[in-house]
Design a protein around this ligand. Structure first.
Ligand SMILES: C[S@@+](CC[C@H](N)C(=O)[O-])C[C@H]1O[C@@H](n2cnc3c(N)ncnc32)[C@H](O)[C@@H]1O
Length: 273
């Protein structure tokens, strides 16, 4: 049975779109992405979701740790959810096969996902993948990945530090008529000293080269720094400053100040519609 599965996982008529890049990963690195998603769109991952399909971890790296951790995290919430780890490097896919389980598999593929018409996808996490591409490749990659998503499904494209304590991520939602970039999330686990300047080195590829321009993200950071300075008037540690800054930032930007996100270190900035 297992060897059949393995053979099937290597069968793909498509040439994977993308390039093999460094495979660096770490245990627990992407755990906070799953916590965010279970708060942001719990229904998407629930047994009763009207959005069908797999959870895809695209570009899991030299070992499939992150995919296995997500399988364990969400399996306690939904025992029907199927997890697919996708890697463009066939050696990394071969090495992952011993970890295959009934609802957990690994296939070789690229932004054109190695799935067939009877395998819908509800979620694609592409973390620390696009950071190694050229910024001009980002929209094509979004478009290609979105073409596999069921309507209502999400792509999470993010960049993190090595341990995953600081990251930013773009939330992209599939709609019937295409896809839409919905929000940019700033994740701060509370382990480091907080200031808005912890984030720019880990901005997603789409924005990282735009900080010098008159871009919306540059303006956002100016407001974020201003709000942070105001938060310094109050006593309290780094986590409190993160939360306070967000409340001041609300005066200028469409940020989400719900406690369930802020108290867990997630600042969500909704893009203008
Ligand atoms: C830096 S690792 C990230 C590992 C893991 N996602 C993490 O954040 O810890 C990037 C991985 O993405 C893979 N990769 C790059 N482009 C890809 C593509 N288009 N499709 C699938 N995998 C890709 C690389 O081969 C590499 O193993």
């Amino acid at each position: 049975m297992k060897s059949d599965l393995i053979k099937r996982n290597f069968l793909s008529h498509k040439k994977p779109q993308g390039e093999i890049t460094r495979g660096k990963t770490a245990p627990g690195r992407l755990r906070r992405t799953d916590l965010l998603m279970s708060l942001y769109d719990p229904f998407l991952f629930s047994v009763n979701s009207i959005v069908p399909g797999y959870y895809v971890d695209l570009g899991y790296g030299h070992t499939p740790l992150t995919t296995i951790e997500s399988y364990h995290y969400f399996s306690s919430l939904n025992q029907n959810l199927i997890f697919l780890g996708v890697e463009i490097d066939p050696v990394r896919v071969r090495n992952a096969q011993p970890f295959t389980k009934e609802r957990l598999m690994f296939r070789c593929g690229g932004f054109n996902l190695p799935v067939n018409n009877s395998e819908p996808v509800r979620y694609i996490r592409a973390f620390n993948v696009l950071r190694q591409y050229h910024e001009n490749d980002v929209n094509d990659a979004y478009e290609m990945m979105a073409s596999y998503l069921s309507p209502g499904g999400i792509i999470l494209d993010g960049t993190s530090n090595p341990s995953g304590t600081i990251w930013t991520a773009n939330i992209i939602r599939k709609h019937k008529a295409g896809y839409k970039e919905e929000a940019l999330v700033f994740s701060y686990s509370g382990k480091e000293e907080f200031s808005p300047d912890i984030f720019p080195p880990y901005l997603i590829k789409k924005w990282i080269h735009k900080m010098g321009d008159e871009s919306p993200v540059r303006a956002f950071f100016d407001q974020f720094r201003f709000s942070y300075k105001q938060s310094l008037m109050f006593p309290g540690g780094s986590k409190r400053k993160f939360v306070k800054s967000a409340f001041y930032l609300k005066e200028f930007s469409n940020v989400c100040c719900r406690k369930r996100f802020l108290n867990r270190g997630y600042l969500i900035w909704w893009y203008p519609s």
